[in-house]
Design a protein around this ligand. Sequence first.
Ligand code: GTP
Ligand code: MG
Length: 222
Amino acid sequence: MPACPLTGGERDGRFGVFGLLLGRVQREGAGRNLTCAPQPEDEEDEEPALEELEQREVLVLGLDGSGKSTFLRVLSGKPPLEGHIPTWGFNSVRLPTKDFEVDLLEIGGSQNLRFYWKEFVNEVDVLVFLVDSADRLRLPWARQELHKLLDKDPDLPVVVVANKQDLSEAMSMVELQQELGLQAVDSQREVFLLAASIAPAGPGFEDPGTVHIWRLLLELLS
Ligand SMILES: Nc1nc2c(ncn2[C@@H]2O[C@H](COP(=O)(O)OP(=O)(O)OP(=O)(O)O)[C@@H](O)[C@H]2O)c(=O)[nH]1
Ligand SMILES: [Mg+2]
């Protein structure tokens, strides 16, 4: 039996180091990297290698409870979990498209993990930043963290997701745009604000907001 080349969080050096740092890794989802395929030398008749698809990296950040893990779950066709189970490290899924594979990496949003966010922001193609639209009290924290990331990489396209729009106390998009300070962002920069209700719609692409986010990501990554 060959040794599995990939353990959680060690898909490449970068994430592997991060996995070691945090000590605990959560991997969710789909994708062939979760399986331990036989190594070529084990095969008697070696088959020609399939053409590898290019990878695109998407970093998924936001305060704890904003819906990052739920987002990754629904995109990979899984139902949202009941209640909030914090991500104590990171969590990723790989989603194939016809032109490339999209790696979405969530880093947990609790306070002690936010320190690590900036270490990854220069390494990815797009940042998705989720906000709990009903969490009025913590919106200033979300704003502060978002702007730290914007400052860290002035060219990175950013998709801000105003999640939990299904809740009656959810702030409007106009209010969120203002409170998150998005109007003040450099006009040359690609920053999008999209509404979503990721969990109530369930797995797959049932929520029009989730469909919209995914389409935009594909466009930005192409
Ligand atoms: N009402 C509502 N609840 C949602 C929505 N999206 C996610 N939730 C709920 O919010 C809670 C937290 O979601 P998670 O996806 O675990 O949050 P997270 O951002 O991964 O949190 P950390 O891993 O702690 O950083 C869960 O109970 C979800 O079911 C939504 O659109 N509407
Ligand atoms: Mg999580």
